[in-house]
Design a protein around this ligand. Structure first.
Ligand SMILES: [Zn+2]
Length: 61
């Protein structure tokens, strides 16, 4: 399985869109929980890293 290297400021394309219709999220904070922000509506959300990694389609640093 591919190991993901995530950095604060990376833009993630997720498999599931945000309710606003955007699928690109910026990493705000890394840890066992990762905080990401929707690049369209600027709402932030926090989720366990393990859960987030399963949702990632691609990473654009
Ligand atoms: Zn959004």
């Amino acid at each position: 399985m591919e190991i993901l290297t995530l950095k604060v400021g990376d833009i993630l394309t997720l498999k599931k869109e945000h309710p606003c219709g955007c699928d690109k999220f910026e990493i705000i904070r890394l840890g066992s929980d990762v905080k990401i922000k929707c690049t369209h509506c600027a709402r932030d959300l926090e989720l366990p890293r393990e859960k987030l990694e399963k949702k990632i389609r691609s990473v654009n640093s």
